[in-house]
Design a protein around this ligand. Structure first.
Ligand SMILES: [Zn+2]
Length: 97
């Protein structure tokens, strides 16, 4: 993917390349130092948005994983008093000893 540093024009807020000296939309002269600063700020904003969307996706995945495991635990809880295997005379002797 081509990674061209872009930033919003301080005048018209259209996204333009940092290599441009004049905005192609509103013809405002662009200070190269200000453009570099704006590109760094835009990069921080983009990373923050990516992190936020990752957190949102993980939160959604948590519910997908949590709900089935919760329902399995609930079903298991309803049958808590049922012995896990047939109760026979040999197990009764084992429990009594
Ligand atoms: Zn502009």
């Amino acid at each position: 993917m081509l990674n061209v540093p872009i930033f919003p024009c301080p005048s018209c807020h259209e996204f333009i390349s940092s290599s441009m000296t004049v905005c192609k939309y509103c013809s405002v002269p662009i200070d190269p130092q200000a453009a570099t600063t704006a590109v760094e700020l835009q990069d921080k904003v983009n990373r923050a948005c990516n992190d936020a969307s990752l957190v949102r996706n993980l939160a959604g995945a948590m519910w997908v994983l949590f709900c089935p495991s919760y329902s399995v635990l609930r079903v298991g809880g309803e049958h808590r008093d049922v012995p896990p295997f047939p109760f026979t005379a040999s197990t009764a002797n084992y429990v009594a000893s």
